[in-house]
Design a binder for this molecule. Structure first.
Ligand code: PHB
Length: 420
């Protein structure tokens, strides 16, 4: 028994009481609900070093963090990166916060909302976790939102960008350390028009993340006077983009703007190159499509690609230099945006727990502690919007360049303090 039993039983009975939703000012703003460790401690590198780790008290209860991420399927690499980043930060504080030892209970979110929901329920009911970090997929985030909210479990989205998690279906107990799907694309529409790219074909994976990314792009793009010459949504996930690339080529746009991630991004961009599209059409998108996890497999097809994201490997600040160097040292590969999100997720948990001296039972105090966490992240300044719990953060326009024999993203413009 590692978690206070009073907390357990109250949550279990709460979960059993189907359909019961707590009240409060925050909740009044919510839309009706719909279903829908290990490793050696890393030396904290200078600049990214957290506050000196507080040793766990002898006999202190363990803090269980449920980690619900993809360890299989189209987003498996993303799940691994987030886990690595989290573990690296937790190791740097000796896996303790507020006098409690931190332990991770990992579950594969799977590929469908039903699988994700089953795993989330297992973490809550069987493992009795104190909080949940994850998911990668917006579709799965939509499915697990209600059980998290109704059981008053702190749920930190370490990736899933589903806009409504911090908009219409926001909750006092739900936070993001990542982004809303709109966020990386909000400034990119106007930016492309300013670069003279006025005729654009948009395409995206056919689910919430793709649709919300394109909606945000189109809003800025159309307001700036751009013209959408075609819009398509290939199935998610997908391997063969040939019919879609044919449509893009036939429309003769100046640029293509897309949301694809993980192995979808590898396939889309590689095939974009194989079809010879990048000779005449500028490859653009939300940054996941051209991120460090996919660039090595995409190769030259990605060169010159422009994308918007809240981080870049070569972002020049002391925290990012320290983070990317420590990550390379520990995992023998470059960090990516997902690893950075995992790292910051762990930091938010540790700083909040230090503020509450390890207490996770007083939910109001815990919510207040998390909301007030603010720090210099590898991505730039990090703070939560107190109203939505989405981070207010910089978005960077980045260009894929070849440097030192490898492809990587370089910042070409900064859009400061973008709200989701
Ligand atoms: C999402 O489903 O919200 C999602 C998935 C992968 C990404 C970004 C967003 O890279």
């Amino acid at each position: 028994m590692t978690v206070a039993s009073s907390h357990r039983s109250s949550r279990r009975s709460f979960l059993r009481a189907a359909g019961v939703v707590a009240g409060g000012a925050w909740l009044a703003g919510c839309a009706p609900t719909t279903p829908a460790g290990g490793g050696a401690p890393a030396k904290p590198a200078s600049g990214a070093a957290p506050a000196a780790p507080a040793a766990a008290k002898p006999g202190a209860t363990v803090l269980k963090v449920g980690v619900l991420l993809p360890y299989s399927g189209v987003y498996a690499v993303l799940g691994e990166s987030i886990t690595n980043g989290m573990q690296m930060y937790f190791d740097s504080v000796n896996n303790t916060a507020g006098g409690r030892n931190i332990t991770l209970v990992k579950e594969d979110e799977g590929s469908t909302p039903d699988e994700g929901l089953r795993k989330a329920r297992k973490l809550l009911e069987q493992d009795q976790v104190d909080m949940v970090a994850g998911t990668v997929s917006s579709a799965i985030a939509a499915a697990i939102r209600d059980p998290m909210h109704e059981s008053k479990t702190i749920y930190i989205s370490a990736n899933a960008g589903l806009n409504d998690l911090t908009r219409a279906r926001k909750s006092p107990y739900i936070f993001r350390t990542a982004f809303s799907n709109a966020q990386p694309s909000i400034p990119m529409g106007e930016y492309l028009v300013k670069q003279g790219l006025r005729r654009v074909f948009v395409s995206a994976a056919d689910y919430a993340a793709g649709k919300e990314s394109l909606a945000a792009f189109k809003e800025g793009f159309l307001a700036a006077g751009g013209e959408i010459v075609g819009e398509i949504y290939p199935p998610f996930p997908n391997t063969d983009y040939a019919p879609y690339l044919t449509q893009i080529a036939q429309a003769r746009p100046q640029a293509s703007y897309s949301f694809y991630a993980g192995s979808d991004a590898v396939n889309f961009v590689k095939q974009f190159g194989e079809f010879g599209l990048n000779k005449d059409i500028k490859l653009c998108g939300s940054g996941f499509m051209l991120e460090e996890d996919v660039l090595p497999a995409q190769g030259q097809a990605a060169l010159g690609g422009i994308s918007g994201l809240h981080w870049a490997l070569n972002l020049d600040n002391p925290e990012n230099r320290a983070f990317t160097q420590a990550y390379r040292q520990k995992f023998n590969k470059d960090a990516d945006v997902y690893a950075m999100q995992g790292y910051d997720t762990a930091r938010v948990i540790v700083e909040a727990l230090n503020k509450t001296q390890g207490d996770t039972t007083n939910k109001d105090k815990l919510v207040e502690a998390i909301t007030s966490v603010k720090f210099a992240s590898p991505r730039g300044p990090f703070e939560f919007d107190p109203d939505s719990h989405n981070p207010i953060q910089n978005v960077y326009a980045r260009e894929v360049r070849e440097s030192g024999g490898k492809l990587s993203n370089f910042v070409i413009e900064t859009f400061p303090a973008v709200k989701g």
